[in-house]
Design a protein around this ligand. Sequence first.
Ligand code: SAM
Length: 318
Amino acid sequence: MANLREMVEILRSAGEFTRLRLLALLSEGELSVKDLTEILDQSQPRVSRHLRLLTESGLITRHAEGAWAFFRLSDELESSALVQHILGRLDLEDELLVTDRQRLAAVRRDHQARATTFFAKVAKDWDRLRTLHAPDEAVEASIQQLLAGAHFDMFLDLGTGTGRMLELLADQFTKGIGLDASREMISVARTKFEKSGQKNVQVRLGDIGDLSEYRDSADFVMLHQVLHHFDDPGLALQNARLSLKPGGAIMVVDFMPHKLEFLREEQAHRRLGLSHVQMQAWARSARLEVMQSREIPHPGPDDGLTVCIWHLTDNSKN
Ligand SMILES: C[S@@+](CC[C@H](N)C(=O)[O-])C[C@H]1O[C@@H](n2cnc3c(N)ncnc32)[C@H](O)[C@@H]1O
């Protein structure tokens, strides 16, 4: 509950042209200052100042990650209710807000295109590259351990790349589908499964942003080293969740927070790892529950990263 003075400050922070546009944009998902600056076509110091005022009033939260900072609408109940109320009264078809959303879509398309270009280049070499910074053998052993004895009718591997997860867990599903946005990755995976004669696996071109074809289809969804390619991993998780049957589970395998900024430039990473606190919040928004998590540190060189496995289950009945 805010006192009189605090409430005036909160309303002031929202009651300004650019800041209201920022709130409307952040209702579409988590975004970096860089992207917000591009969408609004204003200088970075100006956008940063507006973001600071919204952060100070508690309507949004800031998450610093290396050289970038990401912003999202606050999850705190009262702030979130206030923002939803304000946005609910706003005509979202206002010309300027429509233009903002169109620019946001263009920025997202541009990120996706850059990631797709990167994966097109490395597809043939991916099986070697994928182990560079991750304690791969230990991670795979842990995944197998955590899923020991489980069997799935339909296993969906989102961002399947060269299909390593389908290969690793092939004995544990009746039907496995690997989806990826990169034609080149899919082609490497397809050749591999054709050669090995794996019959229960299919790989298809597809976008995690649109899983309508797979709605309520899978009893297990894997997101192995995929979420760090998204500005808003929480939104990707929500999309993934739509493909889950009631009572199903999702496994996220990804890096813990790190400082290897060059991975953004060199390997199309958007987020420098994911934290437990973030995962809890993203899971809650997706009506999932973190059942288990396991960290696997890199035993080797200094630039090796810690990987975490998060096992999430459907909690929509709770
Ligand atoms: C780091 S690779 C991981 C591949 C595989 N899961 C593995 O661990 O080897 C990330 C993969 O996600 C795919 N990807 C990125 N954005 C995607 C999207 N929006 N929809 C589907 N796949 C996507 C990329 O093409 C790439 O193959």
